[in-house]
Design a binder for this molecule. Structure first.
Ligand code: MCN
Length: 788
């Protein structure tokens, strides 16, 4: 068969078909859902980081006009199981009980304590103040190292320890490599806690059982399919009686890769009251109770020869779990464990991570999840090594990275990178950036003692995304699989429905999956409708996170379309009275080799299948198809990011002057979407470097608890980005694509901090803690001057 698949859609910058409704708000956000008889839920949250609950009395709230019901944690304890964690990374992990509403003890400021249900959301919110709670304060646990000391106060006293787990990874003999090294660079970096800021806050609507005993939960979630399984287990609602719908979702960045107590409680309340109930979090409530990201202390040691050849790497992490284990909390640092060696060759690697409980908001995945932290540690330390050796930092990287002719390459961490070309991306980035000219300008400024110094920051990153294969996830004790499902329905009129198990919340899947299906089926882009995010409509799926959707879910669409074409070919051959082997398929039309006038379009085949008057003997009357993909490997995008920053040594102000990135995400479905993903990712990575931090006081209160105190940058705070791509196709999927959703975030943080330190290094500064605020920069300069 010599099918010619014309490819007019893949690679084309289609504007996103879903955007008109999303950006005008003419869509169904969860908070827009109005159901007859809807009640509203408000949640009383702990004002303390750690306390014993001596008494909860909800009855005064019940006296308020408009209040329908109120519940303490104890009232709900019998009907809700513990909120589960699906990634217990070690056999001996400490897994504390996690009640959806606290019963005996609160463990972070924001822990739910009581629930009020009212006719109106404002009545419900006001009635919270009538709930009476007596607390006995307990000591907060805030510092990761202090939490592990003997005699430290305990977050979960029944567990006898604040250590959640210790997870090691080792290859080669690190100590031996260190012993023969000419230079060993040791550094400690702190990954501050970050608060994810999706544009749409979390929101839930739970409807009571129908006459057929079916519940529906609408939730602003990234994971309707996973949520259905977990919520069925927590609430006891049989899985086949629970439908979960993720309507249009206004962003998540990992914070909605979660099953939250509020979702379980809403279902329990709907069951108790037989009425639908809605809860939408306020922004400040979300800051306390939506999981946080990052929160690590990293001790890193890099051993190398005098000429900059890496010998070994050692990384010891303390990872802040927060008060409870959420869905994948313990696993997040493991994703970083595999990425610390990054694109570099070395002989030995030793990694150890200890998860620590604290009385702070639980942590979990936030854009990049483990990989931004790892990339930061290695890319910052590569710069430090270069400085110690007096070699240009890009040159040190070049001496160590995997050559383009060495793929597939198995790293010291045990991953096999399928493809890449670090030289090509770097050469392109350096040319766009004007690396040599900027270095010359930097030297000149340093020589004349310019108070505004120029710094150049490098990050040559790779990352593991795609979150699959399932077998590998299983070996890491992760409970879920890494597969994805797609099904394609060819409707009688030739239109196409693609049902995908991915659950987009801003990534443009409806557009990209239409492009993939349109090319494979030879139908117009406009004729494809993509449906998602409803367990009733798309029964199977693993949802969206870990930049997996294209390389798993998009690939599933491609395969399902191939199956449709294969079935259609059989029908077309029958109708054309030809051999299947003699049919060519191009642009949606089957034609008989040698007689070009004998044709059938795929739409004609669809109608013929619908009528089923004349099908091949024994053929099922459908050309619809389904496909599940479990990829053979992760996906490894990479790239080179370069940042030039001007640092005013008198005020501490840092201004990004130029930012160039050349990313390689393999083959691209939609270049404009890819560029948008990179832009958004850069904003979040730069935000970690310069602006954002969840700050707690000594009592464990979140003091950066509003948008006035937590600095999310806007477009005016960010530079123009120069983006470009190289294209090294992935070999692990037929589209040749690699993921892009987190790449910009992973790459950019070290590029910015490296640039700041590079600017200040001649003055004796060796590090600036993140976020590199003007105050911290000024303090670093002042301290270095005092040492001179
Ligand atoms: N794409 C492409 N060609 C490639 C790679 C990707 O055209 N070679 C397209 C895909 O078709 C898809 C988009 O780029 O439309 C992102 O694809 P992918 O890398 O597969 O990532 P996911 O769709 O799985 O999205 C998850 C990822 C993650 S993990 C976070 S966090 C994140 C992100 O996406 N959160 C986001 N991007 C976000 N974008 C928005 N607007 N909102 C969020 O919450």
């Amino acid at each position: 068969m010599t099918d010619q698949l014309t490819a007019p859609e893949i690679g084309r910058s289609r504007t996103r078909k879903e955007d008109a409704r999303l950006v005008t708000g003419r869509t169904t956000w969860t908070d827009n859902i109005a159901v007859p008889g809807l009640l509203h839920m408000a949640i009383l949250r702990s004002p303390m980081a750690h306390a014993r609950i001596d008494r909860v009395d909800v009855s005064p709230a019940l006296e308020r006009p408009g209040v329908i019901a109120a519940f303490s944690g104890r009232d709900l304890a019998d009907e809700l199981g513990s909120m589960p964690c699906v990634w217990p990374v070690t056999e001996d992990i400490v897994m504390p009980d996690h009640p959806a509403v606290a019963v005996d003890e609160v463990r972070y400021a924001g822990d739910p304590v009581a629930i009020v249900i009212a006719r109106d959301r404002y009545v419900a919110a006001d009635a919270l103040e009538a709930v009476e709670v007596d607390y006995t304060p307990l000591p907060p646990v805030l510092d990761l190292e202090a939490a592990l000391a003997d005699g430290a106060p305990l977050v979960h006293s029944d567990k006898g320890t604040n250590r959640c787990y210790t997870w090691p990874l080792a290859a080669g003999d690190y100590e031996a490599e260190k012993a023969r090294a000419d230079v060993v660079v040791r550094r400690r970096y702190t990954q501050q806690r970050l608060i994810p800021n999706a544009m749409e806050p979390r929101a839930v609507v739970a409807t009571p059982p129908t006459t057929s005993n079916e519940y529906t939960l609408y939730s602003s979630t990234q994971i309707p399919h996973v949520a259905r399984v977990i919520l069925s287990m927590v609430t006891g609602i049989p899985e086949h009686k629970l439908r979960v719908v993720a309507p249009d979702v206004g962003g998540g960045f990992g914070s909605k890769l979660q099953v939250y107590p509020e979702e379980a409680v809403a279902l329990a309340v709907a069951r108790r009251l037989g009425r639908p109930v809605k809860w939408t979090e306020s922004r400040s409530e979300g800051y306390q109770a939506t999981h946080h990201g990052r929160g690590q202390i990293q001790d890193i040691e890099l051993a190398a020869t005098r000429d900059g050849k890496l010998l070994g790497l050692r990384v010891d992490l303390l990872a802040d779990m927060g008060a409870y284990l959420m869905l994948i909390t313990p696993g997040v640092p493991l994703l970083g464990a595999f990425m610390c060696p990054a694109i570099y060759k070395m002989n030995a690697y030793s990694f150890n991570c200890t998860g620590v409980f604290t009385t702070k908001t639980p942590t979990d995945a936030y854009r990049g999840a483990g990989r931004p932290e790892a990339t930061f540690a290695i890319e910052r330390t590569m710069d430090e090594l270069a400085a110690e050796l007096g070699i240009d930092p890009m040159e040190v990287r070049r001496r160590n990275w995997i050559g383009h002719d060495e793929f597939p390459y198995t790293t010291i961490a045990g991953l096999t990178y399928d493809s890449g070309n670090y030289e090509a991306a770097t050469d392109r980035a350096m040319a766009l950036f004007g690396y040599d000219d900027l270095r010359a300008e930097q030297r000149a400024r340093n020589e004349r003692g310019d108070p505004v110094r120029l710094g150049i920051g490098i990050s040559t990153y790779t990352e593991m995304c795609g979150v699959a294969p399932s077998r590998m996830l299983g070996s890491l004790n992760y409970a879920a699989g890494g597969w994805e499902a797609a099904s394609i329905r060819m409707l009688p009129t030739g239109k196409v429905e693609v049902a995908t198990g991915t659950s987009p919340h801003g990534q443009g899947h409806a557009t990209c999956w239409s492009q993939i299906a349109a090319d494979a089926l030879g139908v117009p882009f406009e004729d494809v409708e993509v449906v998602h995010g409803d367990t009733k409509v798309v029964p199977q799926g693993m949802d969206t996170y870990g930049s997996r959707s294209l390389v798993v879910g998009g690939v599933a669409v491609h395969h399902a379309a191939q199956k449709v074409v294969a079935k259609a070919r059989r029908v077309a051959a029958h109708l054309l009275e030809a051999n299947e082997a003699d049919l060519e398929f191009s642009g949606g039309t089957f034609s008989v080799k040698g007689s070009p006038e004998a044709t059938k379009t795929i739409q004609e085949v669809a109608f013929a299948t619908f009528s089923s008057h004349d099908l091949p003997d024994g053929m099922e009357p459908t050309i619809n198809a389904e496909h599940l993909v479990d990829p053979e490997n992760f996906s490894f995008p990479h790239g080179t990011h370069l940042c030039a920053i001007e640092v005013d040594t008198e005020t501490g102000h840092a201004r990004i002057r130029s930012y160039v990135c050349v990313d390689d995400v393999g083959k691209v479905i939609n270049p404009m979407i890819v560029q948008g993903q990179i832009h958004g990712g850069l904003a979040q990575g730069i935000a970690q470097a310069l602006y954002e931090e969840a700050v707690y006081d000594t009592e464990g209160n979140l003091v950066s608890g509003t948008m006035a105190d937590y600095l999310v940058p806007s477009a005016v705070d960010l530079p123009d980005f120069v983006t470009d791509r190289t294209e090294t196709p992935a070999t692990s999927n037929p589209l040749g694509a690699k993921g892009v959703g987190e790449a910009g975030t992973i790459a950019s943080t070290p590029a910015v901090v490296n640039a700041i330190v590079d600017a200040l290094r001649p003055m004796g500064v060796r590090d600036v803690a993140m976020p590199c605020t003007p105050q911290r920069i000024w303090q670093a300069v002042t301290a270095a001057r005092a040492e001179e």
